[in-house]
Design a protein around this ligand. Structure first.
Ligand code: NAD
Length: 250
């Protein structure tokens, strides 16, 4: 059923987005990758997956508009690109705040507003946003990320209502800790912010949040995204699916 569908997966040169791109491509979806990275590595990924690539910097609304024009209509939009910065609010660099809001929240507004007209015209569309357990609960020192992810969840509910009669669904997937470069790279800052060792951050901060005591896998997130693209999910809209090992149940 996903043959003849086209998908843009933002932030798909790495981590969760790459797993979603691989999974959709394996189902016959024509996938467009987006993200940062080494051009040779990205070319190899495109070859492996059978995808094309658009390297728009999603912090720039003009670049997003150019990308959406260049790639043409998509049936599936996965708003996945994101970044993190960990610091106490009084030390949080304002430019990091702006960057996190731009990438994790505002970019999804721009891709969505530009993708929706073609989806409405076709009477079919799937908008899936990678939010986070931090769209539902907070952690200290992540003010910008938590604000952006709460915003993304609210944005998704709003567009789900607007598109409810158009055959277009909009949902969030909210993982707990998934073992990707985004998590690995925040360990040094968390060590500094909390005065902890690497092992303490891994066990007392990251996995302490997840009752299952194990990291979510990118492929787990991709499997849920694939389900949300299917016919059986036609009446799932405005939802925020946790995939967090029980984190937000507490
Ligand atoms: P990642 O760092 O592996 O991947 C991030 C992707 O975003 C990469 O492809 C990167 O190139 C791209 N990107 C970064 N800046 C960009 C920019 N300016 N323009 C375009 N693309 C850009 O991280 P990940 O863990 O796979 O995270 C993917 C999403 O999942 C993010 O929105 C993140 O907040 C969310 N998430 C991650 C976790 C986790 O534990 N890893 C948990 C919950 C939510």
């Amino acid at each position: 059923m996903l043959k003849n569908k086209r998908a843009l997966v933002t932030g798909s040169t790495s981590g969760i987005g790459l797993a979603i791109a691989r999974t959709l491509a394996a189902e016959g979806v024509e996938v467009i990758l987006n993200g940062l990275g080494d051009p040779d590595d990205i070319a190899a990924l495109c070859e492996e997956i059978g995808a094309t690539f658009n390297g728009a910097n999603l912090m720039q609304p003009d670049a997003i508009a150019a990308m959406m024009g260049d790639i043409g209509p998509v049936d599936i939009l996965v708003n996945n690109a994101g970044m993190q910065h960990v610091a106490p609010v009084e030390d949080f660099p304002p430019e990091k705040w702006d960057a996190i809001i731009a990438l994790n929240l505002t970019a999804a507004f721009h891709t969505t507003r530009l993708a929706v007209p073609a989806m409405k015209a076709k009477g079919w569309g799937r908008i899936i946003s990678t939010a986070s357990a931090h769209s539902l609960a907070a952690s200290p020192f992540k003010s910008a990320y938590v604000a952006a992810k709460h915003g993304l969840a609210g944005f998704t509910k709003t567009i789900a209502l607007e598109l409810a009669t158009c055959g277009v669904t909009a949902n969030c997937i909210s993982p707990g800790y998934v073992w990707t470069p985004l998590v690995e790279n925040q360990i040094p800052d968390t060590m500094a912010a909390r005065g902890m060792t690497r092992e303490q951050v891994m066990n007392d901060i990251l996995l302490a949040k997840q009752p299952t005591k194990s990291f979510v896998l990118p492929e787990d997130v991709a499997a849920l995204a694939l389900f949300l693209c299917g016919d059986a999910a036609r009446n799932i809209t405005g939802a925020n699916y946790t995939l967090d090992g029980g984190w937000t149940a507490e």
